[in-house]
Design a protein around this ligand. Structure first.
Ligand SMILES: [Zn+2]
Ligand SMILES: [Zn+2]
Length: 251
């Protein structure tokens, strides 16, 4: 399994794209698709038309907005440029199908794609994409918003991705014994805030879950001003890396 971080920041972070991760197993998958991650996807050299699944944690725009540009490009490519692309499955929490049906019906050029598009709503039941086992799990983020984290298992390795989350038991379970966990490190431990983890809690989750390696990501600019790695290391003794756009990790 190969993970490439497409975006390690948030909405309007000055130097990082917002949330997005490319995962290559027997399929080419995306976890979230936030602003500026599409440009980074092009830099990886991956054929964007071979992406078969986009898995959304939730639909805050910092996890979602580049999908619009991506899909419009796919429509032009297949409708007017003679291109063909793989069927596309959009996976996300409750409300995903409704959201996309409204979008596709409302945005000019989005209706009647000449390739198959499917929607799959998930909560906590595992499913397979080819030989990759996907375990979504509901995590606690904004009140009233259904947000899921994802665990991907392939060839004996496990990658966990928190999406956006506060500290919650489901998040620890999602990350249980994962080889690599990418966690929402929005805040430094000394400047905690609502609905996201801070660096110290990232270390706590990694420690309680017994993960092999912790990747801190989803930084707000405030998190850049403090040593978040050391803050995470207070409770977690394993390998900690600070996420960086286009960082590639092999599992
Ligand atoms: Zn969010
Ligand atoms: Zn976010």
């Amino acid at each position: 399994m190969r993970l490439t971080i497409l975006g390690s920041g948030t909405n309007l972070h000055p130097t990082r794209a917002a949330a997005g991760y490319l995962v290559r197993t027997d399929h080419t998958l995306l976890l979230d698709f936030g602003p500026r991650t599409l440009s980074n996807l092009l830099k990886t050299g991956v054929n964007r038309h071979q992406i078969t699944h986009v898995l959304f944690s939730h639909f805050h725009a910092d996890h979602f907005s580049d999908f619009i540009t991506y899909f419009f490009d796919a429509m032009i490519y297949t409708k007017y440029q003679g291109g063909q692309r793989a069927p596309l499955t959009v996976v996300g929490p409750r409300g995903t199908a409704r959201l996309f049906r409204i979008l596709f019906a409302s945005l000019p050029g989005f209706s009647e794609p000449p390739f198959t598009v499917r929607f799959k709503e998930v909560s906590d039941r595992p499913f397979w994409i080819g030989a990759t086992r996907i375990c979504p799990r509901t995590v606690t983020h904004s009140p009233g918003l259904h947000c899921v984290g994802y665990r991907l298992e392939y060839k004996g390795k496990a990658l966990a991705y928190s999406g956006d989350s506060e500290y919650c038991p489901n998040l620890v379970q999602l990350c249980g014994d994962a080889d690599v966990a990418i966690l929402d490190c929005s805040y430094p431990a000394n400047r905690p805030g609502p609905v996201h983890l801070h660096a110290g809690q990232c270390g706590q989750v990694a420690s309680e879950a017994g993960v092999g390696q912790l990747i801190l990501s989803h930084f707000y600019p405030m998190a850049e001003r403090f040593d978040v790695k050391s803050q995470a290391a207070v409770l977690y003794g394993g390998v900690i890396r600070k996420g960086k756009d286009l960082l590639e990790i092999r599992l």
